[in-house]
Write a protein that binds this ligand. Structure first.
Ligand SMILES: Nc1ncnc2c1ncn2[C@@H]1O[C@H](COP(=O)(O)OP(=O)(O)OP(=O)(O)O)[C@@H](O)[C@H]1O
Ligand SMILES: [Mg+2]
Length: 583
């Protein structure tokens, strides 16, 4: 079993943006040491994964993975939540060693983990310096080599040539400027003295991403990098990843991003032989290839079932003949028939054994979201708010009304106060000025941007005790309680796990289940598509359009915004003071 630190250690002591020098096969569960000077391979860079398999706990997560990453690669990793996408990135980066197969690497890489440590003590300036350390070291070496050359030292020619080649490969002179531009473009903190530990999750993410984009690694491995970016940041990142001279491997639920970037897609969803499929032709090629693959599998399975039932018929017929010809007189036709029937039975058994040996497994039925029936309370005012502000977070007073059955989108750049407003409406935060009135009959559910689940509890236990609490508080009639399994969000073996052993997407699915469990009249959803699988995002979009409950939603997901283009919008800009939300 490939045991790992569930939250793998940051691969290199000095990083959050984790630039890992690579060049040798990784060892199990080690951090990769830094032995400067780090050699960038540029055009020679390569990550080669051959026939790799990994188990976590008792579960086989990856089987027979083959993948080659080169400096021109733009690879998307897709698959349902919990299929092993993050695990594959950890294999590529060397923080996890496979049980079987090999991963070899030439070059350097930077990784943005799906989850980010909250304990990083560095300042923004230190993070930036780490991200471009190789470029700075290359410039120092070039200076030193130049001095050696001027002093006429032996071997100085070669040393200078090598230093120049390395600095040029890294475009080292431009490194500082590249990171500065990326920090600005992603609306990341530019105050170099600010410690990460004092920043919000989103701010930390943006600093890290800017360092990776502006930094100088041969490969970027990005696990759900869009989660804290606004429209402008997303556009910038998309453009940078397209233009980059190094390879990119990206895990994302963001369909717009995948359409714009992915050239090759590795799909970790189940296949008849358990090996992942790799599709070319961009995101469309993947969607089409996947559909065809699934169809083939289903047809193959159906054919086999047909053969099986025919064999069963043959077997029954042969057995019937055996029984009907029981104890025949010697030399009669009956005796011959019975003898032949025995041979037939053996023959059918043999054919069945051959079929079993090549049995096609049943295609696992896809998990489908089953949104509970939510009530409408049409026309009723569910929430009314007047003059809401929160010091430093929502400066311009907001006045709004949310009516039953209404739909609204809260938009605005990073830091505009979208999450703050949703928390105020939910009653999870008190305003500095103004007031919020919630209808006592209205059930309100709030899906927060960040998961805050207790990691040591089992998902099913947490869900059950949440339901019990709602019923005990008189907020939900027990007859209306929906079981976790009926929502189609977590399979029973996932629901039985400790939350700490669930993938990020599986945790997010549990968050969504908890929100839906209250059978809310109003859903307040903060970036609801973050970490969800592509198919669940599609299903959730349909469900939100169809539900009779009122929905207030904040998202940067460009495809979701396109899909919900006809929803009324509340744009949080400093000038907006009074809005009527709802129909
Ligand atoms: N420490 C652990 N012990 C047992 N199983 C684990 C552990 N950590 C992860 N897993 C399981 O390994 C599987 C793969 O996890 P991974 O995080 O790679 O999935 P993922 O495809 O990235 O999911 P997501 O889309 O939710 O991010 C999941 O089913 C998860 O529950
Ligand atoms: Mg993941």
């Amino acid at each position: 079993m490939a045991s790992w630190p569930r939250r793998p250690p940051t691969p290199r002591a000095r990083t959050t943006s984790s630039v890992v020098p690579i060049g040798a096969p990784s060892q199990r569960n080690i951090t990769v040491p830094i032995t400067p000077p780090v050699l960038h391979a540029r055009s020679r860079a390569q990550i080669l994964v051959s026939d790799v398999s990994v188990s976590l706990g008792a579960v086989r997560v990856l089987t027979g993975v083959d993948l080659t990453v080169t400096p021109t690669s733009r690879i998307a990793v897709v698959g349902e939540n919990g299929r092993g996408k993050s695990t594959l990135l950890h294999l590529l980066s060397g923080t996890l060693t496979p049980d079987e197969g090999q991963v070899t690497r030439i070059g350097t890489l930077g990784i943005a983990e799906q989850e980010m440590a909250t304990t990083d003590q560095r300042t923004v300036g230190e993070v930036v310096a780490d991200a471009i350390a190789d470029s700075l070291a290359a410039l120092d070496e070039l200076d030193a080599a130049g001095l050696a050359l001027a002093a006429g030292e032996a071997g100085a020619d070669d040393r200078f040539a090598a230093a120049l080649e390395q600095a040029e490969a890294l475009d080292a002179w431009d490194a500082r400027r590249r990171v500065d531009i990326a920090l600005e473009a992603l609306h990341a903190e530019t105050d170099r003295s600010r410690p990460l530990i004092q920043m919000s999750v989103g701010q930390r993410y943006r600093v890290r991403l800017a360092c990776l984009i502006g930094g100088d690694a041969d490969f970027l491995l990005l696990d759900e990098p869009t989660n804290h970016l606004d429209r402008a940041g997303l556009d910038y990142m998309t453009e940078q990843l397209r233009m980059r001279s190094g390879g990119v491997v990206i895990v994302s639920h963001d369909r717009a991003l995948l359409s714009d970037i992915a050239e090759t897609t590795i799909d970790l969803d189940p296949t008849p032989d358990d090996r992942p499929r790799v599709y070319g032709g961009g995101y469309i090629g993947y969607r089409e290839g996947r559909r065809a693959e699934r169809e083939r599998w289903e047809q193959q399975y159906a054919r086999e079932q047909e053969q099986r039932s025919k064999l069963q018929d043959d077997l029954s017929a042969a057995q019937n003949r055996l029984i009907s010809g029981w104890r025949p007189d010697k030399g009669t036709g009956k005796h011959q028939r019975a003898t032949r029937a025995g041979g037939l039975v053996t023959n059918v058994h043999r054919r069945r054994a051959a079929l079993e040996a090549h049995a096609v497994t049943m295609p696992e039925p896809p998990q489908t979201l089953r949104f509970p029936d939510l009530s409408a309370r049409p026309g009723a005012t569910l929430v009314s708010a007047a003059g809401l502000t929160v010091a430093g977070r929502l400066p311009e007073p907001i006045t709004l009304e949310i009516l039953g059955r209404s739909r609204s989108l809260i938009t605005g750049p990073n830091g505009a106060g979208k999450s703050t407003l949703l928390s105020l409406l939910a009653g999870d935060l008190s305003p500095s000025t103004g007031s919020v009135r919630r209808s006592p009959q209205a059930r309100i559910a709030h899906l927060r941007q960040e998961s805050e689940l207790p990691l040591d509890r089992r998902a099913s236990e947490l869900y059950a005790s949440h339901l019990d609490a709602l019923i005990a508080a008189g907020q939900l009639p027990s007859a209306q309680a929906v079981g976790l399994s009926s929502l189609g969000l977590l399979r029973s073996y996932e629901a039985g796990r400790r939350i700490g052993e669930l993938s990020m997407g599986q945790r997010r699915r549990l968050d969504l289940a908890l929100a839906l469990s209250a059978r809310p009249h109003l859903l307040l959803l903060d970036e609801p598509t973050n970490h969800l699988s592509i198919s669940l995002v599609d299903e959730l979009t349909d469900a939100l359009q169809a539900t009779p409950a009122a929905v207030v939603l904040s998202t940067h997901d460009r495809q979701l915004l396109r899909d919900l283009h006809d929803w009324p919008r509340l744009a949080l800009e400093p000038s907006r003071a009074h809005e009527q939300v709802g129909s």
